[in-house]
Design a protein around this ligand. Sequence first.
Ligand SMILES: [Zn+2]
Length: 397
Amino acid sequence: MIKALRAGGLFDGTTAFGPSMVLVEDGRIKDVDTTGAQPPEGAEVVDYGAEAWILPGLIDTHVHLAFDASGDPVAGLEGAADDDVLAGMRRAAGRALEAGVTTVRDLGDRGYLALRLREEAASWPHVQPHIVAAGPPITSPGGHCHFLGTEVWGREALIAAVRERHERGCEVVKVMASGGAMTPGTSMHLPQYQAQDLRAVVEEAHRLGMTTAAHVHSSEAIVQTLDAGFDTLEHLTFFTDHGPDPDPALVDRIAGHGATLSLTVGRLPDEPAAGRIAQMLGRLYPAWARLHGAGAAITAGTDAGINRAKPHDVLPYAVQDLAGPIGMTPGEALAAVTSVAADACGLAGVKGVLKPGADADVLVVGRDPLHDLAALRDVRSVYRAGCDIDPVGLLSW
Ligand SMILES: [Zn+2]
């Protein structure tokens, strides 16, 4: 049975159109009409009206389903049984899906629980977002997020860690290339690895068909990870020993490099700015805006789960940050969380676009998001693989 979704406007991942119709069959997009054609004979027509807009489901390129978006998610994980963590992950995934976030890239879980979560919904895609999984992040002994379980040092051990992730079914390798704010004893301005070891990780991951994501706060580590060829740079906060200090020459080098920048934006406006990155944004926005102006590929990686201001459905707020302080047009900001994000996740043409053959992950909002990005929070419908979502179904496991 073909489903025909109609609305007064459509954004296909790159371009906006007027009255449009999306035809869905067998979980995929069969066709997109922007000419005003009639639905095919026998199709089930869902007309959302002239005010509504249809767009691809949104993609958050950096979440932690295992973090509970409380005041202290690390303490929440400590000593928690896997089944209890998994129950929280089901809720987190459902919350993202209800907001229209139909794909999440989980850049650090515990014990490969994100893979278990994904497996649960293998036959029922409409109960959770598509999950691109990194497994536990690779970090140095005692390094950032070491409590998530994979502390590795030295070339051979790093390569073995990449292979283990591939064998288990992860699509992306996440490396903590510098210290981080959540982990006492690590330094945000210092690298955790040697440049040649990072290169070995990227080479092995690419050989196995995986993408690579580097957590980088340190300016020194940014240079290392650019040289190593990581596909996405996470956070990108330019930390030096005196705090964030973006060097204009480094900013220009990043812009010319081709890596996608997964910027840590998006927070609930009524929660106090928690975490070190949130408090430093005033110093980072000008550098990020310059990167955008220079043509760098940018996505929103919210770091959902790490504190109260970042629940797992926070992505629509991040889109507004991309447009405001970073200076994207509304269309660029929407592309950043759809087609550009899909490219970064290794899902070009499959997610983040409304094109024939793409997965029918679709968000319908009540009004024109190009006119007002807050429209992303006026959700009318969400489809995963062509089905109306049912995040509650996930909770009944
Ligand atoms: Zn993170």
